[in-house]
Design a protein around this ligand. Structure first.
Ligand code: SAM
Ligand code: SF4
Length: 326
């Protein structure tokens, strides 16, 4: 079992399959972002071997992310390999949804359980402005394909950026009236690459909640007030789905954190918002034994930082968001 020095059992791994992406969201990366050469990224067999190692240490839940995980070659085979790894009971994915109308069925058949799809506005022009060139219709078709393929319950992730989409939160929340989806609003977090926007244009979860309730009425607490992952859940009057708030900046959920991340270049990142990482890929390529690698993982997890240091002005600047995976 992987346990940290604060007694938290860490059993949820987010794997970034690639830092590459088919969008350039303004809150994630600069327009001229360059990506790592493929040789620097974990290869398919390396991902599967590391997944097996983590599973042998009690990790039972995997989320694939990026960059955009669906642009990774052989993504369906990677999903199949991870989903069939003994000990792994849940494989999910966070995606921008652009390629899901083509891939959703294959991914579900390969063992993917569900998807979180990023969608920050229902206005096509604003969508283009936020993603720099994305077509909203493609994402919508992707959501429909995911639902049809049974990748449910669908969760929609919306990042809210002052001056771009703060007024769109009402239309997004309204989706939960007719769809059994969870629409989650994420407070923008700061990293390298887009730090000015990320620090200067934050809208807090409280502000978003007030906007929604002003337009759509008071919401009830859902899920018995318990966090669903990192989201606090509410329900609109007569809603079929839930409205979630992920307030990592203003109300972090570090005490209940059970997760670690594997970056696309094979570093174990212990906290999304701390620079601390442990290299797994280099020792793997240099011939470390499986037992050596297990020990490196256990030692790394033990040193997992308690939480982030945003309140003290500590911004992790060693990577952009797309390299870590959200
Ligand atoms: N490309 C996929 C996508 O967009 O869903 C997966 C990777 S993306 C980095 C994972 C999640 O992080 C997305 O929901 C995205 O909206 C969110 N995200 C990106 N930059 C962020 C930031 N600065 N603060 C908070 N969330 C962010
Ligand atoms: Fe790509 Fe996702 Fe980052 Fe947008 S948030 S640029 S889709 S990795």
């Amino acid at each position: 079992m992987a346990i940290d020095r604060f007694g938290r059992i860490i059993h949820y791994l987010r794997i970034s399959l690639t830092d590459h992406c088919n969008l350039r969201c303004i809150y994630c990366m600069p327009e001229d972002q360059t990506f790592r050469p493929n040789a620097d990224l974990m290869q398919d067999d390396e991902i599967l071997l590391l997944a097996k190692l983590f599973a042998s240490l009690g990790f039972d839940k995997i989320r694939l992310t990026g960059g955009e995980p669906t642009v990774r070659a052989h993504v369906v085979d990677i999903v199949r390999g991870i989903a069939s790894t003994p000990g792994i009971r849940n494989v999910s994915m966070t995606t921008n949804g652009l390629l899901l109308s083509r891939l959703a069925g294959q991914l579900a058949e390969a063992g993917l359980k569900r998807v979180n799809i990023s969608l920050d506005t229902l206005n096509p022009d604003k969508f283009k402005r936020l993603t720099r060139w994305g077509k909203l219709e493609d994402v919508w078709n992707g959501i429909m394909a995911a639902e049809q393929a049974g990748l449910t319950p669908i969760k929609i992730n919306a990042v809210v950026v002052k001056g771009y989409n703060e007024s769109d939160v009402v239309d997004l929340a309204r989706l939960t009236l007719n769809h059994p989806w969870q629409v989650r609003f994420i407070e923008m977090m700061p990293f390298a690459g887009a730090t000015d926007i990320q620090t200067g244009q934050v809208i807090t979860a409280t502000e978003i909640l007030e906007r929604i309730e002003d337009s759509l009425g008071d919401m009830e607490v859902a899920n018995g007030g318990k966090l669903d992952g990192e989201a606090r859940l509410f329900r609109l009057p007569n809603g079929k789905g839930d409205v979630g708030f992920i307030s990592s900046v203003t109300a972090p959920f570090c005490a209940s954190c059970t997760r670690a991340r594997l970056t696309a270049d094979g570093r174990l990142r212990l906290c999304l918002l701390r620079e601390k990482e442990v290299d797994l890929l280099t020792p793997l390529r240099e011939g470390a034994t499986l037992d050596d690698l297990r020990q490196i993982i256990l030692d790394g997890v033990w040193e997992k930082p308690w939480g982030h240091g945003l309140a003290e002005g500590l911004i992790p600047l060693n990577r952009a968001m797309n390299e870590i995976g959200g």
